[in-house]
Design a protein around this ligand. Sequence first.
Ligand code: PLP
Length: 332
Amino acid sequence: MNLAKIARRRYTVGNTPLEFLPNLTKHLGGPRIHIKRDDLLGLSSGGNKTRKLEFLMADALAKGADTIITTGAVQSNHCRLTLSAAVKEGLKCRLLIEERVEGSYSETASGNNLLFRLLGAESITPVPGGTDLMAVMQQMAQEVVAEGGTPYVVPGGGSNALGALGYVACAEEILSQSFEAGLDIDHVVCASGSGGTHAGLVAGFHGNQSGIPITGISVRADKGPQEAKILDLARHTSQLAGAELEIPADRVVVRDDFVGPGYSLPTREMTDAIQLFARTEGILLDPVYTGKTAAGLVGLIQEGAFAKDSDVLFVHTGGSPALYAYPNETLG
Ligand SMILES: *Cc1c(COP(=O)(O)O)cnc(C)c1O
């Protein structure tokens, strides 16, 4: 795999830290827990979408786009970061907001919604949950064309094969950092949503023949469909990166038992995990993704999924701006 063959913009200076979490490790009684601080990526309060956007925006610029169109939920980190990248590149950005939980959209909400407005989205269009988002974005693109502009549609979560290359790059960064640190990672735990993060890590770790297993914690979908989606995306990503190895289906493992009642809806375990990370390590998670993923990590440890003397890496994918939109869920 040689990612240098593919055009990329850079939105982060250097690598994100890979740190040991001694207090959390002690609190949980092993395994040793490490964290990849992808909450410290660049752009406006960076997170995992920053890595995907490095490849997606390079493609948009190569195609002469002047208006980016994308979609996400009412507190979408992806929409915030896509807008932020567009601002940085001098492009306009239109957002299609899917109200996945009925009645959850409010024009004056805090958190990411506040930032959509602050960063100057050209338009913010809410639609009901279940809308055919790709079809609506194609219509929005036609409107841009009719106005004389050149649109570029970024799929939800930036999760096509091009975007997922950002997490192939992250897997390579982790391998290089862990080698430098003399750290032999036994297992990786990450969020599994639109899938680019999980699929990119699977493609990157497998393409480098690292043998490191990954567990994706679903934040929305059931295990069966999510695993099928991740495998398909990981294979396409791997092909795009020029890997010659086919990814076996058993490399993709999803747990769906930490979703609770649904996407963005709180669980006791999520609130506990957010408080645990904040109060042992001073690290801010978010209620929609990393809080549930951390609840998954704690759940797996309690099940005895990892040997006490092993090293587990938690990938922090960002999202803390959403804390300010969900104060009750966060403080429990
Ligand atoms: C989008 C998002 C995820 C999920 O990543 P996918 O690549 O969409 O699966 C996880 N954490 C945060 C904070 C996110 O914004």
